[in-house]
Ligand binder design. Structure first.
Ligand code: ADP
Length: 459
């Protein structure tokens, strides 16, 4: 195709800031907006391996001059790209939908909600079947000139006490549409597979306080998985094994899942203690089977949690079973063909307790430390776990970050859950438990306060 037959343009994707996550925005350089005759609030189609859409907003100040499109993790998944990849963008007149059908984006979640409330949450949001979207509303909309569609989209109320991810099962008409006052919205109670589904349960946006760790992992794991031919061409072997070490609850598992999703790789998990506990001979067999399945499904990431239980120092174990299991793991690592696009990520809190043989070149020869988050990290993690939560004005996440010295991600997640439970307790008398639903007016008033957090911290 000749260059002038194509409209739109190519642009490189970069990560959005955490506060933009889940809002359906596309931050574009002013020069690109001018080139494509785009005004703030206009809809663009974003085409990677898949196609999705977003509303255009001006760039962050410090981005001026950079030729990048900023998208959040769900949007990148919806477009089938990672940050650093190129997408094609073009202006698009999105049509108002007659009908949009949503379902929970997870298998194990049953939802009974108010389609009318959902309609407000996604009002004016450009959507297309197969998109995974999050109910992350409740942010303040800055004053100033703004086209009404954009303001309406940004002023979305919260939907529930926590962020919920939904998949757009279908729309009428097909293609890229937005919800307006006339749209009929339906919420199916259980997960339904849309066409061309792609998991996006966890992305880099969902791990907080780990910017450097994410950079390291992207280089070590995501790049080789996405561009194996590059590594072959350069004649370097991509890493096969990466060891993550840090205390429990710091987000190692979540991070590994995010890397898998962002690399469009399949994710396999081995839980160390579980596999060790199996019957005689079973442990090795299970290990072999998972390695085999992961190789077949490549590109894939095989995550081994608490590897110290599978591979303790051989000098220190007495049992034959343990020795055989370490040997089996070494054999499997060595047996991985260079061309198999599989990376094994192992996690441990006790790096010193692991058999040294596992650290040899070609095995787990890369190491990344995942530490306890500092105040800034805690602030970011709190931001992630309160995304989509209706927070009262009194809640100051920076204050909470200061008060939670020593908390790891899992503790902070638990804290926000506890605070939400406090809120529910307060509202309990107003809920109609008999018919199992929450009146919409109560739902709208529901908000988590500073006191709820303080009560949760005390527990
Ligand atoms: P680990 O594998 O290090 O034990 P997990 O990844 O299993 O930790 O974390 C448990 C839960 O704690 C996660 O599902 C998440 O809710 C929360 N969590 C932990 N670390 C983070 C983080 N850095 N950012 C956001 N959430 C986190």
């Amino acid at each position: 195709m000749a260059e002038d037959d194509v409209t739109g343009r190519r642009i490189q994707v970069a990560n959005a800031r955490p506060e933009d996550a889940g809002r359906g925005l596309a931050r574009l350089p002013l020069a690109v907006m001018a080139q494509l005759s785009l005004a703030e609030g206009d809809v663009i189609e974003i085409i990677g391996k898949r196609s999705t859409a977003a509303r255009v907003v001006r760039p962050y100040k410090e981005d001026e001059g950079l030729d990048v499109l900023r998208l959040d993790g769900l949007q990148r998944a919806n477009a089938g790209v990672g940050s650093g990849d190129f997408v094609h963008i073009d202006k698009l007149e999105s049509r108002a939908a007659q009908r949009v059908v949503f379902a929970p984006a997870q298998n194990n979640l049953r939802l009974q909600g108010h389609p009318e409330a959902l309609k407000r949450v996604f009002f004016q949001r450009p959507l297309t079947a197969g998109d995974v979207v999050a109910t992350a509303g409740q942010q303040q909309v800055p004053p100033g000139d703004m086209p009404p569609q954009l303001r309406q989209m940004l002023a979305a109320p919260a939907y529930a006490l926590q962020e919920i991810r939904l998949v757009v099962v279908s729309t009428i008409p097909k293609g890229i549409v937005h919800i307006d006052a006339e749209t009929e919205v339906e919420l199916r109670p259980e997960y339904e597979e849309p066409k061309e589904a792609r998991r996006a349960d966890v992305t880099y946006d969902d791990v907080g306080g780990m910017a450097d760790t994410i950079d390291q992992l992207r280089e070590m794991v995501e790049l080789p998985l996405r561009y194996p031919e590059l590594f072959q061409r350069l004649g370097v072997d991509p890493p096969r094994g990466v060891m993550l070490h840090g205390p429990p609850g710091t987000g190692k598992t979540r991070l590994a899942r995010a890397v898998a999703n962002e690399s469009e790789a399949e994710f396999f998990l081995i839980n160390g203690p579980e596999i060790v506990g199996s019957a005689y001979g079973e442990s090795e067999k299970q290990l072999r089977e998972v390695f085999e399945a992961a190789s077949k499904a490549a590109p894939s990431i095989l995550f081994i949690d608490e590897i110290d239980s599978i591979a303790p120092k051989r000098g220190q174990v007495t049992g034959e079973t343990e020795k055989r299991l370490v040997a089996q793991l070494l054999t499997l690592m060595d047996g991985l063909e260079a061309r198999t696009n599989l990376v094994v990520i192992a996690a441990t809190n006790r790096p010193e307790a692991i058999d040294e043989a596992l650290r040899r070149p070609g095995r787990f020869d890369r190491e990344i430390v995942v530490g306890v988050p500092d105040e800034r990290g805690r602030r970011e993690i709190l931001g992630i776990h309160t995304r989509g939560m209706p927070l009262g004005d009194t809640v100051d996440l920076s204050e909470l970050a200061r008060m939670t010295y020593g908390f790891v991600g899992a503790d902070l997640a638990a804290l926000t859950r506890e605070a939400a439970i406090e809120t529910v307790r307060r509202f309990m008398p107003r809920l109609n438990l008999e018919d199992g639903t929450i009146p919409p007016d109560v739902l709208e008033e529901l908000s988590v306060t500073r006191d709820d957090f303080m009560a949760a911290i005390k527990r």
